[in-house]
Design a protein around this ligand. Structure first.
Ligand SMILES: Nc1nc2c(ncn2[C@@H]2O[C@H](COP(=O)(O)OP(=O)(O)OP(=O)(O)O)[C@@H](O)[C@H]2O)c(=O)[nH]1
Ligand SMILES: [Mg+2]
Length: 294
C-alpha cells in the first residue's frame, strides 16, 4: 500500500542534561522507552524511538546530555551526540524556561548555527513558572532555529502543536521501519536500561554514575521471561550500598525493574540480579567495550 502522502524521517533531540529530552521523546511516541531521572546524564546512548501514525513514521533520536569530557565514558557520550545529527531531517534544540540561557545552551546554539539542517527550539518545563516572556527566549535564538515552542513534557502542554510543526519538516517517503516497531534496540537493552533507571532513582551521589548493567541471560520459560543481569560497580565499597541491609536495596531495584519490564513487554518478567566490581571501568576502553559502549 503505497501512499504518496506518507511522510517518514528522522528527528534528533539535543540539549543539556536534565532538560527533559527523554521525557519528551517518551511523550511523543506514547511509550516509556527512554529512561528518565531527576539527575543529569541519565541517558548514555542514542536511543531511537519510532512514532507510527496513519500519515507518518517519525524516528526520534534521544541523545545523552553532552558535557565536557571528564572521563572516558563522557567522551563516548559526546561522540554519540555528533553522530546523532548526521542525516536527520530536523534538529530539536531543547532547553527549559527555568535555566535558559546557560553557557551550555549558548554553546549548543553556537554549534547549531553552522549545521545546515532545519532546527526548532523547544523550551520545556512551563508548568514550573507562570510568568515568562516568550520574546526573551526567542530573541536569543540564532537564525538557524526557525521556530520556538513552549511546552511541558510531563503534562503535555504544547506537545501536539510541536508535533504538527515538526511534521512539516518530514519528507514524503515510505516508512523506514516496520509499523509494529517501536525501537531499533533489542529487549535486552531495555532490561538493562530499566535496571539502571531504578539505580538512578534510588541511589545518590556517585553510585548511579559508577554503575553499568549487563544482561547475561534472557530466556522465555513457562510464559514468563527470565532475565539474569549483573550490576557492575567501580569499587568494592559500593557493593554493600547497592545490596542494602539484608538485600533490601537489591530487592527494591529488582521489584522496580520487574514492574517496568512486565508493563513494557506485556508478559510477566522475573529479574535476577548479581553485583560485581570492575575497578574504574569508566576510564578503561577495554571495560567500556565489554560493557557495551562501542
Ligand atoms: N516540572 C517538569 N519536570 C520535567 C519536565 N520534563 C521533564 N522533567 C523532569 O526533569 C528531569 C529530567 O528529565 P529527563 O527526561 O531525564 O532529562 P534529559 O534531558 O533526558 O536528561 P539526560 O538524559 O540526563 O541528558 C526528570 O526528573 C523529569 O521528570 C516538565 O515539563 N516539567
Ligand atoms: Mg535523557
Amino acid at each position: 500500500m503505497d501512499n504518496p502522502q506518507f511522510r517518514s524521517g528522522f528527528v534528533t533531540i539535543l540539549g543539556k542534561p536534565n532538560t527533559g529530552k527523554s521525557t519528551l521523546m517518551n511523550r511523543l511516541i506514547g511509550e516509556k522507552l527512554s529512561i528518565t531521572s531527576p539527575k543529569p546524564q541519565t541517558t548514555r546512548y542514542n536511543i531511537k524511538g519510532i512514532l507510527n501514525r496513519d500519515d507518518c513514521q517519525i524516528v526520534f533520536i534521544d541523545t545523552p546530555g553532552y558535557l565536557k569530557p571528564r572521563y572516558k565514558l563522557q567522551e563516548k557520550m559526546q561522540d554519540l551526540w555528533s553522530e546523532s545529527y548526521k542525516d536527520v531531517d530536523l534538529i530539536l534544540f531543547m532547553s527549559d524556561i527555568i535555566s535558559f540561557p546557560t553557557d551550555y545552551d549558548l554553546e549548543v546554539l553556537e554549534l547549531l548555527k553552522n549545521i545546515p539542517i532545519p532546527q526548532i527550539a523547544v523550551f520545556n518545563k512551563i508548568d514550573l513558572q507562570k510568568d515568562y516572556s516568550r520574546e526573551f527566549f526567542i530573541n536569543q535564538l540564532p537564525e538557524s532555529c526557525s521556530k520556538a515552542f513552549f511546552i511541558s513534557a510531563t503534562r503535555g502542554d504544547g506537545v501536539p502543536e510541536l508535533m504538527e510543526a515538526m511534521l512539516q519538516f518530514i519528507p514524503y517517503h515510505p516508512p523506514y521501519y516496520s509499523e509494529e516497531q517501536l525501537s531499533d534496540l533489542p529487549m535486552r537493552f531495555f532490561a538493562q536500561e530499566f535496571i539502571r533507571e531504578a539505580i538512578f532513582n534510588y541511589f545518590s551521589q556517585e553510585i548511579p554514575y559508577s554503575t553499568a548493567v549487563l544482561v547475561e541471560k534472557f530466556k522465555e520459560l513457562d510464559d514468563k521471561i527470565h532475565i539474569d543481569a549483573v550490576i557492575w560497580l567501580e569499587r568494592e565499597s559500593q557493593k554493600p550500598i547497592i545490596i542494602g541491609k539484608n538485600g533490601a536495596g537489591l530487592a527494591k531495584i529488582r521489584d522496580y525493574a520487574e514492574q517496568q519490564l512486565t508493563n513494557f513487554m506485556g508478559v510477566p518478567v522475573m529479574v535476577h540480579l548479581w553485583v560485581k566490581v570492575k575497578p574504574k571501568w569508566r576510564k578503561k576502553p577495554s571495560d567500556l567495550k565489554e560493557l557495551g559502549f562501542k
